[in-house]
Ligand binder design. Structure first.
Ligand SMILES: NC(=O)c1ccc[n+]([C@@H]2O[C@H](COP(=O)([O-])OP(=O)(O)OC[C@H]3O[C@@H](n4cnc5c(N)ncnc54)[C@H](O)[C@@H]3O)[C@@H](O)[C@H]2O)c1
Length: 315
């Protein structure tokens, strides 16, 4: 495993899980986090021993902070992650221009670069598996910004063949350290919070819509595997490979929480709501050796065992 690592978005859900997992596996690794705390929380970083730089990625002064230093691996996870922010300029400035600035800082160096894209690039049209190479039809400004990030990465890779680049289209990740995301947290986290508070879990329409829910430990495994890729440029799905309905999620949560809550159904207010997502994983497995280990049932059990399921943010 690499010993000199930079993670942007390090106080967020995926970033903090990634940092803590690398620290656990490689206690001697030098891990620097960059985060401006626009959505992340210090509560996610309990036990983290590395450095943390509080700055907007789009304003990172690489030379002042790092001089000639070149990390072995950079994981770029910082982003606006609230998909309901509909102002295109806001999403684009933060996500695409932040990425462009980071690429500008890294141009000419030799390193491995992993960045977060999203299943949101697929949009709402598909009802089968989502495959890299399918036409992308992002239905909101967030998904559009992620697709622009992929295009930028491809161009950058052509100009910087010494940098390997892996973009990860995460599907619906859930697990410990997502509480700070509030209404942008996974539906599993949000529904568990409602149910633990004795409320009925609220679902859009009839709850039959399906999503590819992937447990964070699997998402981190894929992210670490992407950080080992030493050549070329590619985009990879990161999911569980299975589509499960919101009604099934409520059933699993009832089992784990020991509740008998009945869903309360209500009309969906979003035009860009995806009715079905499901990651095709054969290309991810071939390139990264990634195979998800957690079914929905096992993931929710592990989430519960972590003590984070349904937790309210104490801040
Ligand atoms: N969690 C998911 O299900 C999921 C799904 C698809 C894609 N993703 C992508 O994965 C990445 C991580 O998502 P997450 O769930 O951990 O979200 P998160 O909101 O918990 O983490 C994002 C972190 O980035 C920080 N940040 C945002 N903009 C920044 C900037 N300009 N400069 C510095 N820090 C900044 C935030 O403060 C936060 O700590 C994001 O790029 C997101 O788009 C996540």
């Amino acid at each position: 495993m690499a010993k000199d690592i930079l993670i942007t978005g390090g106080a967020g859900f995926l970033g903090s899980n990634l940092a803590l997992e690398i620290q656990r596996r490689e206690p001697g690794a030098e891990i620097v986090l960059v985060d401006d705390f626009r959505s992340g929380s210090f509560l996610n970083l309990a036990g983290f021993r590395g450095d943390l730089i509080t700055v907007d990625v789009g304003r990172l002064d690489w030379h002042r902070l790092f001089g000639e230093r070149s990390p072995e691996v950079v994981y770029h996870l910082a982003s606006i992650t609230d998909t309901t922010v509909t102002d295109t300029a806001t999403q684009m400035r933060a996500n695409v221009e932040g990425w462009r600035h980071l690429l500008f800082c890294l141009a000419g160096k030799s390193l491995r670069l992993v960045y977060a894209s999203s299943a949101a690039v697929y949009g709402i049209s598909s009802s089968g598996q989502n495959r890299v190479g399918d036409p992308e039809r992002p239905a909101n400004a967030y998904g559009f910004s992620k697709l622009q990030m992929e295009h930028l990465a491809k161009r950058f890779a052509g100009e910087n063949p010494q940098i390997s680049l892996a973009g990860l289209r995460y599907f619906n990740v859930y697990g410990p350290r997502e509480t700070h995301k509030g209404s942008s947290a996974s539906m599993i986290g949000q529904l568990a919070r409602q149910m633990r508070a004795g409320k009925r879990p609220r679902l859009f329409l009839d709850g039959s819509q399906k999503r590819d829910f992937v447990y964070v430990a699997d998402a981190i495994e894929a992210t670490l595997a992407a950080g080992l890729v030493t050549k070329g440029e590619g985009v990879f799905n990161v999911g569980s490979g299975k589509a499960r309905s919101f009604n099934e999620v409520v059933f699993c949560l009832n089992t784990v929480l020991g509740t008998q809550a009945e869903p309360e159904y209500f009309p969906c207010p979003y035009r860009f709501f995806q009715p079905h997502t499901e990651a095709a994983l054969s290309a991810t497995e071939a390139a990264l050796g990634y195979r998800p280990r957690f079914s929905l049932e096992k993931g929710i059990e592990a989430y519960s065992a972590s003590g984070w399921l349904g937790r309210e943010l104490a801040q």
